[in-house]
Ligand binder design. Structure first.
Ligand code: FE2
Length: 419
């Protein structure tokens, strides 16, 4: 094989390697270093450097071989010099050409000579100078040939494209980060608005201070215990906060009636889940199903709930969770006409109404979450805090919960088996 053919094949191979290196998703600096080594190896050069040209023309060394590390520190390329690089031919880029008029090379001639640099090439991508490649003399002492120049031009262009692509990717990543921040901000505004709404709902009902907030928290605890994702858990917490939002359109006197309300008033009050749905449905919530959870939080498994009288499998799981959280809070807080019920009494209610009003899976999960707090298996005492520290202190509480879990799951203690 002719030596020139062999060289061509070698160059071709080096270009292919370079292409792969540049297209790879590895470390950027490593990519540039490897590319430079390929270039030096292909032409048997002893030294070289790849210098990136950033922002206003400042130079930043990305890869060096056989050249001092401080090369071009605090140095830059002016606009005029960039123009010269655009227009000049190869002979203008050779240091040995003392007649060259490239002012960047001329003003750095001494430094470049000291470092043994023979050729300074611009990397031009889309009319922009992304940086410079500096190359030393050939190890053989020969001059660069026309073929060498072609090879160098092709490889330098490859490296330039690599640097350019890297910059674009960095910009995309930056934009993505900005978008993420904006999105986070929007979410926090949304959450703050939801909390404000929850407070507005609770203010309207003077007997149930903090009810919506607690229903949100209980719902979140139950959903997490049932293995929901963080995103879903956040969603159901919002649904809990907003479940009674429909009460905003119900007459305040009916909500606050200190006596048993009549049938007409009761049907007016029972409008609130459907009214809540009407309020929430047009909003583009960042979480799924919030309007439906509000709509169906008074449905029952046996079909005797409202507004639609749905049965078990027709009721969204989220609505079942909010429903239990709602009832639990109603039973465990004082009302003007009655004291809250004892924990034993509440557990009895949950057992009796599981399968008719409440979903046993949901009750089991809630009982499990409470048991974890009572046993000290979880550090956070969120349920205890909401109920007041004495409420779950009774000696029989762990047994009550364990038995409830066992009864509902129907297999042994059931603590782990019901998911
Ligand atoms: Fe309600």
């Amino acid at each position: 094989m002719e030596p020139s053919t062999q060289k061509l094949i070698h160059t071709f191979g080096a270009l292919a390697d370079l292409g792969q290196e540049i297209a790879g998703r590895g470390d950027f600096n490593e990519m540039v270093r490897t590319s430079m080594h390929l270039l030096l190896g292909t032409l048997a050069l002893r030294r070289g450097a790849v210098v990136e040209c950033v922002d206003k023309g400042e130079l930043r060394c990305v890869a060096i071989w056989g050249v001092g590390e401080e090369l071009f520190k605090d140095s830059s390329v002016t606009e005029e010099e960039k123009q010269q690089f655009h227009n000049g031919d190869f002979s203008e880029l050779l240091l040995s050409n003392s007649a060259a008029t490239n002012s960047f090379i001329n003003r750095n001639r001494e430094l470049l000579d000291q470092e043994g640099i023979e050729l300074v090439l611009p990397m031009i991508v889309r009319e922009e100078i992304t940086g410079l490649v500096l190359l030393g003399k050939k190890a053989s002492g020969e001059e660069f040939s026309g073929d060498d120049f072609e090879t160098i031009r092709a490889m330098v262009r490859h490296i330039g494209v690599g640097i350019h692509t890297h910059r674009l990717l960095e910009q995309v990543a930056q934009r993505a980060e900005e978008n993420r921040r904006l999105y986070e901000e929007l979410r926090s505004i949304y959450r703050a608005t939801v909390r404000a709404f929850a407070a507005a709902i609770d203010i309207k009902d003077k007997y149930t201070q903090g009810h919506s907030e607690r229903v949100g928290r209980y719902s979140e605890i139950i959903a997490r215990e049932m293995g929901w994702s963080e995103e879903e858990v956040e969603g159901i917490q919002i649904a809990g906060y907003l479940h009674d939002i429909g009460k905003l359109v119900v007459d305040r006197d009916i909500i606050n009636a200190p006596y048993a309300i009549n049938a007409k008033e009761s049907s007016e009050l029972n409008r609130h889940p459907a009214a809540g749905y009407e309020i929430l449905a047009p909003i583009n919530h960042p979480y799924a199903d919030i309007p439906l959870m509000a709509k169906y939080h008074h449905e029952r498994l046996d079909g005797r709930g409202y507004p639609d009288g749905l049965v078990d499998e027709q009721i969204p799981l989220g609505a079942k969770i909010v429903s239990l959280a709602d009832s639990f809070d109603a039973m465990t807080t004082d009302r003007p006409y009655r004291r809250r019920r004892s924990f034993e009494d509440v557990v009895r209610d949950l057992r009796q109404n599981s399968g008719t009003q409440f979903d046993p899976k949901v009750v089991t999960a809630f009982a499990r979450a409470m048991l974890k707090e009572v046993n000290g298996a979880t550090k956070e005492r969120r349920i205890t805090k909401m109920l007041g520290k004495d409420y779950l202190q009774g000696e029989n509480v762990p047994t009550l919960l364990t038995d409830l879990i066992a009864d509902l799951s129907g297999v042994g203690s059931g603590a782990q088996s019901y998911k």
